[in-house]
Design a protein around this ligand. Structure first.
Ligand SMILES: [Zn+2]
Length: 304
């Protein structure tokens, strides 16, 4: 039987919020089975934990934020994506400020951080959300769909007409029974056109953005020394975001995702639509090892 997972012991990281530019200390702590992922603001007195659920999404402007009452945590998507990739079900994430540290703009530093303490299996069976019929949401010409599928695969079409984007693949379809999230997806960084940065900063977003935590693109080329990490890094990052946003359903999906220009807002609309349509999904566990390929193998602490 596939069982739930948490981390072996607490682990810390320090970084900055990409939107606030503020320094933040993050502590990941093991959590009991069936408690899910939750965030705690240590800088807010008597802050109740904020559960990482699609219903708690409070803002989707350039990143996904969770909030209950006045307390918010921003930019949760890359960490959530890494937790999906490692098959982590239960975790407490403490933050000393309002935003998850951006690290290098991908999910890879979170994977590395967790690898330093390792992952443990718990007793309770791991639960999945099995998609039973198609669910589709739209926003303008953007679309996001979930379909039944015995496994998990995700396809994404990225639409943007720019000389740099036009030189790289804009479509990707990944079946996670064949490929490794850690190797093929987790290293894809956030990206953006440098000329759009002032617009974002005018609304107090991206104040901590730099070439150390994003791929910057000028009129002609990628500005980062060393170029891209994957030939299709842009579309892969879109898939990384989708995976993080959908993991706010609280359990991994057994199904197929197809996205056309979908961003954080539409990803969340899809998750909420699914939860409303109770005939479109069921909770399931796995008794057999047939799906052992889901999630990476149990990670032992790295030798560092
Ligand atoms: Zn992202």
């Amino acid at each position: 039987m596939l069982r739930q997972r948490t981390i072996r012991k607490p682990v810390h990281a320090i970084g900055i919020g990409v939107h606030t530019g503020d320094k933040v200390r993050m502590t990941l702590r093991p959590a009991a089975e069936n408690t899910g992922i939750s965030f705690v603001r240590t800088d807010v007195r008597a802050s109740a934990p904020i559960r990482a659920t699609a219903e708690n999404v409070s803002d989707t402007t350039l990143s996904t934020s969770l909030g209950t009452g006045d307390v918010q945590v921003a930019t949760v998507e890359h960490l959530m994506s890494a937790l999906w990739g490692l098959g982590i079900d239960n975790l407490v994430v403490e933050l000393s400020s309002e935003e998850v540290p951006i690290m290098d703009g991908s999910a890879a530093p979170f994977i590395y951080l967790i690898s330093t303490v390792g992952i443990v299996e718990q007793q309770a069976p791991k639960q999945f959300i099995r998609i039973k019929r198609d669910i589709k949401v739209t926003q303008g010409d953007a679309e996001a769909v979930l379909k039944p599928y015995d496994g998990f695969k995700a396809a994404y079409t990225f639409v943007a007409d720019h000389p740099v984007y036009n030189r790289h693949p804009k479509v990707s379809e990944l079946d996670f029974s064949n490929i490794s999230y850690v190797d093929q997806v987790s290293r894809a960084r956030s990206f953006g056109l440098i000329k759009e940065l002032p617009q974002a900063q005018a609304i107090n977003k991206m104040l901590g953005s730099s070439l150390e935590n994003a791929v910057g693109i000028d009129d002609f080329d990628v500005m980062n020394e060393g170029g891209l990490r994957y030939e299709d890094e842009f579309v892969k990052h879109k898939l990384l975001d989708v995976i993080g946003d959908l993991y706010l359903l609280g359990r991994p999906i057994l199904g197929a995702f197809e996205g056309f220009k979908s961003g954080h807002a539409l990803n969340n609309k899809l998750a909420r639509a699914l939860l409303r349509c109770e005939d479109a999904w069921e909770m399931t566990t796995y008794e057999t090892p047939a799906v052992a390929e889901f999630g990476e193998p149990i990670m032992q602490p790295a030798a560092i």
